[in-house]
Design a protein around this ligand. Structure first.
Ligand code: AMP
Ligand code: ZN
Length: 490
């Protein structure tokens, strides 16, 4: 870790507080991100989870750390029903689309990789498929059986959460209240609502599309098992950071922790840092594949939105804040990105920057630029404050005190931290496919700047006259704490 930079502080869901982050062992941060269930296209909400994990990874790289990143591919194990009984999501999709489960998994895995690429998300070092680790999952479950953490009922092998005194810490689950409350018996024989399937037995007389033999009969592994098994095999028994969407904090990750700590039995916390992104909301409803709204990056692209405008849109909010998806928000993100690309293109070739040390070096002796880079460092080190980084970038492009070299260093630093490849985009990539009449953007920028100057000089009459002129051109200006933004309106 670069010791001249701000300490990296991250909000740990375990304990619900911001803590200093240092990697466990050798300076290589081991990072695991719960990946997609490949039964459908990833919707834009799912992609918030991977954009967030990528922002975290870029922040670690920025601090001079190396990262080994795993994103799993759930191609078996995710049952349709909440109670983990019944068919697998992959089986249902295969029946619906008249394909094999393998074809379904392959098709949606490829689509997922294409989405990651379009959002400039760094590829993970490993993408383990659950179906390739079933033997290891069975061995893992066997150890839990030997240690007395399980019981077997008709529907399969279950983890007995009453055997784990710390069960539910991550989710702040009140065990006592839960045990006193009425037991919900939607799974016959299950002793507690929190007990979960390690092995889902095939119901008698049914031949499932996905089935393996096990000491508990034919069936398929439970969903939580795969993440514990694959993460430990690829990253080591204990590792640094585990991420996922906020919904996982209550159930999936609680169960991963319970079974992993029971398996290890060393009294140590399994993973030190748990980070969760808040949800993207669409029409105030959780955007979920099962709820039938499948809004994908491809759909946005068909509507004329660049995938990186969506990335910028996400980074304009903090990852721990809910974000309401609106097309007007996305319009303004695309406008902001287009303006940034135009201004940064005028600066010429950017230096290659990944780390804070490289950014500082690229600024040379432009002290004002070094100060901005330090502010970017503080912002990203402060639990990944990407909105602040964006604001700093925008301010510094207006700042007359910076040299061109300094501006190039600031842009390259922001590009590294935000994952927005300014150097490789052109304004034409970001033209909206819209019925609105074209405007001369350079002239609009000039008017917006003149209006700012008039406002700074408290010349309100002139500022209003310029606003009226912009309205005539079909441009609406909005003043924000980060300065004015504009969008085209009909
Ligand atoms: P799934 O493919 O359903 O297993 O979900 C993949 C990832 O997306 C998980 O980390 C979820 O927590 C996350 N996720 C699901 N819906 C949303 C949403 N609307 N906003 C943000 N993250 C989400
Ligand atoms: Zn997982």
């Amino acid at each position: 870790m670069d010791t001249r930079s701000a300490p990296l502080r991250l909000f740990n869901s375990l304990g619900r507080r911001v803590e200093d982050f240092t990697p466990a062992a050798d300076g290589i941060v081991k990072l695991y991100t719960c990946g997609p269930t490949v039964y459908s296209y990833a919707h834009i909400g799912n992609l918030r989870a991977y954009t967030f994990a990528d922002t975290l990874r870029r922040a670690l790289l920025w601090k001079g750390l190396q990262v080994e990143h795993v994103i799993n591919i759930t191609d078996v194990g995710h049952a349709v029903a909440e109670a983990e009984l019944g068919e697998d999501k992959l089986e249902v999709a295969a029946a619906r689309e008249r394909r094999s489960v393998e074809e379904i998994a392959a098709m949606y895995t490829e689509a997922f990789f294409a989405d990651l690429d379009r959002l400039n998300i760094l590829p993970a070092h490993h993408y383990p498929r659950a179906t390739q680790y079933v033997d290891e999952m069975i061995e893992f479950a066997q150890r839990l059986v030997e240690r007395g953490y399980t019981y077997e009922i008709e529907s399969g092998l279950y983890f007995d959460t009453s055997k784990d005194p710390t069960y539910g810490e991550l989710g702040l689950i009140d065990r006592n209240a839960q045990l006193e409350g009425a037991r919900v018996e939607e799974v016959p024989g299950r002793r507690s609502k929190t007990d979960f399937a390690l092995w889902r037995a095939e119901p008698p007389g049914q031949l499932r599309a996905m089935r393996w033999n096990s000491p508990w009969g034919w069936g398929a592994p439970g969903w939580h098992l795969e993440c514990s098994v694959m993460s430990m095999l690829l990253l080591g028994e204990h590792f640094d950071i585990h991420t996922g969407g906020i919904d996982h904090r209550q159930l999936h990750h609680v169960n991963e922790i319970a079974q992993s700590e029971a398996y290890l039995g060393d009294g140590q916390p399994w993973v030190k840092f748990w980070l969760h992104n808040e949800f993207l909301q669409l029409d105030s409803a959780k955007i979920s594949k099962s709820a039938g709204h499948v809004l994908t990056v491809s759909v946005l692209a068909e509507q004329g939105y660049h995938p990186l405008a969506y990335r910028l849109y996400l980074l304009g909010g903090h990852y721990r804040a809910q974000l309401e998806f609106t097309t007007s928000g996305l319009d303004s993100a695309q406008n902001t990105l287009r303006r940034l690309v135009r201004r940064t293109a005028a600066l010429g070739e950017l230096p290659s920057v990944t780390t804070v040390a490289e950014a500082r070096a690229a600024a040379g002796d432009d002290e004002a630029a070094v100060r901005v880079i330090e502010q970017i460092d503080e912002a990203i080190s402060s639990d990944l404050n990407t909105p602040r980084v964006l604001a700093l970038l925008q301010e510094s492009l207006r700042d007359q005190a910076l040299t061109e070299q300094g501006q190039r260093a600031v842009v390259a630093a922001s590009a590294a931290v935000l994952g927005l490849p300014f150097g490789t985009l052109t304004p034409a990539d970001l033209e909206p496919k819209s019925e609105l009449p074209a405007v001369d953007e350079a002239a609009v920028e000039q008017l917006v700047a003149d209006r700012e100057a008039a406002r700074a000089a408290r010349d309100w009459a002139r500022a209003d006259a310029i606003r009226a002129e912009l309205t005539e051109l079909g441009v609406q200006v909005t003043d924000t704490p980060e300065g004015p933004t504009w969008t085209r309106v009909s």
